[in-house]
Design a protein around this ligand. Structure first.
Ligand SMILES: [Zn+2]
Ligand SMILES: [Zn+2]
Length: 454
């Protein structure tokens, strides 16, 4: 899916009303003190930035070793796959190299006449592993071979087709599919950036206004120059309904939680002088689009064009280059090596965790089941309950840790290590939250360790 921002802006610019915009005035999400608009003010951005620098300075290597290499993966990435996508695969690769991303799993929008497996990138490109796939039928699908000549009648048939010979499939945009069964899936998106942007009604109205308001435009330009990652992350929330589904459905069987960047590099807005009385606003919606707005429609336009010539650039706001999106959230995959087969297997097994690395690099995070000094299970693994079992978690900085059993918090603690003596079977997972500008933000979501009863 594409980010909702440009649709909302297109609607609002053309009709000058807040048609289709919902969610204004909704209560603040878990951990928040500030709305997204408040988070965009210079003093807030600066405070967040300083806290991030403090975490970077305090960061240390995690001594608890899992025995695997921690690879950073991007699931749900769009490039060259639709008229509403602004970015290319070459751009994706450059961004991966800059952001320290090891794996890019593409999710093309399916188009007739184009094979999303055979007409895509596969294998290593300058050391970055590409796995082609699609966003299709409500899922992220990564079949092993092309499915272009296959047909299917039901959802179950489609899932079977994708999983054939070791393909992977994850539920996508779970907020639209809270009642879908997940029995045959590898996992689900537990965080999706697009989902998080969709509920930002008030912010979207504010942003619409900013494109024809000199003061707000200047504020955004300065913010994007000085604090690009803080601006990109201003809407970050904890998606409770989706996490709730994950907790419920993983009671039945293993279900790997993954992150969806849903990146398109299409949140780019250009404002130029049309004539002495109007501006052109360009953006990407269902296709690259240009709208002319006159001072009669919006008074603020007069000030924007004052003293400038037709064609002169007033502002260019680029919110979502791939590199910024990659740093914002990633799925860390714990694997022995970077082969496609090993990564696919690790994702199916749940040897993975989701992290908002823009707050602090989470690499090395560990959450394991141990007996004495012996490691018995990794995130995603199942093991039988036995006496003397403990869960151990270790992190590169001190954080607010929350241990859940069957979706219910059973232990909270601040620190860079947590140990819990297991006294019962259950699905155990861990969240780590970090303080930024005196707000609590979700940082790491472990996959569960599944302790089974006898
Ligand atoms: Zn998408
Ligand atoms: Zn899209």
């Amino acid at each position: 899916m594409k980010l909702a921002l440009s649709i909302l802006i297109a609607t609002a610019l053309m009709y000058g009303v807040s048609a289709g915009i919902q969610g204004a005035g909704s209560p603040l999400g878990p951990g928040r003190k500030y709305s997204t608009i408040e988070r965009l003010q210079p003093e807030r951005l600066r405070a967040v930035h300083l806290d991030r620098m403090r975490y970077a300075a305090a960061r240390h290597e995690v001594t608890l070793k899992t025995g695997y290499t921690d690879y950073r993966a991007i699931l749900h990435a769009h490039a060259e796959d639709s008229s509403h996508t602004g970015g290319t695969r070459t751009e994706l690769l450059q961004a991966a190299l800059k952001a320290g991303v090891n794996i890019v799993m593409l999710t093309d929008h399916v188009r007739p006449g184009r094979d999303f497996i055979n007409d895509s990138w596969k294998g290593l490109h300058q050391g970055v592993l590409f796995i082609p796939g699609a966003e299709s039928e409500g899922f992220l699908v990564y079949p092993r071979v092309s499915t272009a000549s296959n047909t299917w009648k039901t959802r179950d048939e489609y899932i079977k087709l994708i999983k054939q010979d070791g393909g992977n499939i994850f539920l996508s945009h779970a907020e639209e599919r809270l009642d879908w069964p997940q029995d045959e899936l590898d996992g689900m998106e537990i965080y999706n950036h697009h989902t998080d942007v969709k509920d930002e009604g008030e912010f979207n109205i504010w942003l619409r206004g900013a494109l024809t308001n000199a003061d707000r435009l200047r504020l955004l330009q300065t913010a994007l120059t000085d604090y690009p990652e803080e601006v990109f992350s201003a809407q970050q929330d904890y998606l409770s309904a989706i996490i709730g589904k994950w907790d419920r459905d993983s009671r039945k069987h293993r279900l790997t939680g993954v992150a969806a960047n849903d990146c398109h590099h299409n949140q780019v807005f250009t404002v130029t002088v049309h004539d002495e009385n109007s501006v052109d606003v360009e953006y990407i919606t269902s296709a690259p689009t240009k709208t002319t707005i006159t001072a009669n429609q919006i008074e603020g336009v007069r000030r924007l064009v004052s003293g400038l010539k037709p064609g002169e650039l007033i502002a260019r706001l680029d919110f979502d280059p791939y590199e910024r999106s990659f740093k914002y959230v990633a799925t860390h995959v714990l694997s022995a090596n970077l082969s496609e087969a090993a990564i696919r297997e690790a994702l199916a097994m749940g040897h993975a965790y989701v992290a908002h690395d823009w707050i602090c690099d989470s690499s090395g995070f560990a959450f394991v089941a141990m007996k004495g000094s012996r490691k018995l299970a990794e995130m995603g693994d199942e093991l039988k309950y036995e006496g003397g079992l403990s869960l151990v978690c270790a992190l590169p900085v001190e954080a607010d840790l929350k241990l859940f059993r069957n979706g219910v918090p059973i232990l909270t603690k601040n620190g860079n290590r947590l140990e819990y003596k297991v006294t019962d079977s259950g699905i155990y997972r861990l969240e780590a939250w970090l303080m930024l500008d005196s707000e609590s933000r979700p940082w790491i979501y472990s996959n569960p360790v599944y302790v089974r009863g006898n």
